[in-house]
Design a binder for this molecule. Structure first.
Ligand code: SF4
Ligand code: SF4
Ligand code: FES
Length: 254
């Protein structure tokens, strides 16, 4: 079977080039990468750990879609490349320093222990989000980073919901507060993150839940507030919206 891999070396050759290899080990894409590395080209660089879909280190793009190399079967002529939104260091390995930054910025860790009794029902409530393996598939698929590199993004927000719903956490308001700027309101709700998550987590819905919890806590969408202000000032300054207060809608503004 043929596999195409986008190669890159930040230090030696800053130009990306696509190389083709023939492989016989193709049950998973990771099998093929290992075969190439051990038998054909030992300079090929990729990440892997568990090889069973639980460590999250082998995220790649296959024909433009984020996958885990160890859980994806190879098809003839598949094009393999590094994930998006991160600096590529070498071949399929990217700089992951953003991971810690976003988790710290969204305060997604236990900060203040509560005295609440935790039941198995409570644990179930955070079960799905706790399954995140930080593979970065969702981060790579998110279009918001093209315009905002500081966006907390899908995995950090999914994790935020996990701690907001965690009864052991006494200060959930601190988390809600920390996800307002570059956070819940910046998501376009496109759903890409949900489609590529290998753990069947739904970051888009998690973000919608966090928006609801934000509103309940007294926060509001700042961009909407600005839009509203602009609308108000337009109305005050005599801009004709076509609305006739004495009855009916007059689209021509007469
Ligand atoms: S739904 Fe939101 S977080 Fe998910 S990929 Fe789209 S913009 Fe990014
Ligand atoms: S939410 Fe899903 S896609 Fe995103 S990092 Fe976690 S496991 Fe990966
Ligand atoms: S090697 Fe661990 S998830 Fe693929």
């Amino acid at each position: 079977m043929k596999i195409k891999i986008k190669r890159f070396d930040l230090e030696k050759n800053p130009h990306q080039k696509t190389e083709e290899f023939k492989v016989t080990h193709n049950e998973t894409i990771l099998d093929s990468l290992i075969e190439i590395k051990t038998q054909q080209d030992n300079t090929l660089t990729y990440r892997c750990g568990c090889r069973t879909g639980v460590c999250g280190s082998c995220a790649i793009k296959v024909n433009g879609v984020e996958k885990l190399a160890c859980k994806t079967q190879l098809n003839e002529n598949d094009l393999i490349e590094a994930i998006n939104n991160s600096k590529v260091l070498r071949d399929l390995v990217v700089d992951l320093s953003h991971e810690e930054k976003f988790l710290k910025n969204s305060k997604t860790y236990l900060k203040k222990q509560s005295n609440e009794k935790v039941t198995s029902k409570d644990v179930k409530l955070i079960d799905v989000q706790s399954n995140c393996i930080l593979c970065q598939n969702c981060f790579s698929s998110c279009p918001v980073y093209e315009v905002n590199k500081e966006f907390l993004g899908p995995y950090a927000l999914t994790r935020a919901l996990r701690y907001v719903n965690d009864k052991k956490e006494a200060n959930t308001l601190d988390i809600i507060n920390s996800i307002q700027d570059n956070g819940v309101w910046d998501c376009t709700l496109c759903g890409n993150c949900t489609l590529v998550c290998p753990q069947f987590i739904d970051p888009k819905t998690d973000i919608m839940n966090l928006r609801m919890k934000s509103v309940q806590a007294g926060f509001e969408d700042k961009s909407f507030a600005q839009f509203n202000q602009g609308f108000d000032s337009g109305f005050d300054s005599g801009f004709d919206t076509g609305f006739n207060p004495s009855g009916g809608f007059n689209p021509n503004g007469f």
